[in-house]
Design a protein around this ligand. Sequence first.
Ligand SMILES: [Zn+2]
Length: 200
Amino acid sequence: MRNDSAVRDTAVFLDRDGTLNHDTGYVTSPEQLVLFPGVPEAIARLNHLGAMVILVTNQSAIGRGMMTIEGLELIHERLAELIRPCGARIDGIFFCPHHPQDGCECRKPKAGLIHQAVTRFALDISQCYLVGDKRSDLEAARTASVPGVLVMTSSYSADVVKARDAGQVPIDFVADSFVHAVDWIEQQIVTRGMRNRPKR
Ligand SMILES: [Zn+2]
């Protein structure tokens, strides 16, 4: 249930592999999906804040013939099962099934997945956030004009900081973990809610 009109149009876009779960190269079966510590509880906090929690994930394993869309759905059923005991839920899943050479508009670093979600749920882009571990995540956030949070939880993360330091990609917050990222987003949403509260 959304419980606060001040955050009604807010969404937090989440990358999956390397952000919520260990990036094992290609996650192609449900048992390969292993969440980082604290992820279910942190997603539940976003749910309770009234923000929509939306997965935006490149799944080129489909375009590469390593996995079917039905196989991806099984992995996402597993994800839902893993977070449900904490009262957490994912409100929407947008994935790019294409091969990198397909030249599609949805594969991150393009912002197509974010735009699909904004249209589907009539989101206010100025009230959204993105969390990811790769440069392509932060670039997609920049293209969509959404604040980007980098999590230092994969082998890709350090290179994103280097790219930021070289002035190549902006990062709004660097978090040690997904839990830390949610701490920051929660603070942003709460602060904004107080600022937006009507004066009497
Ligand atoms: Zn695509």
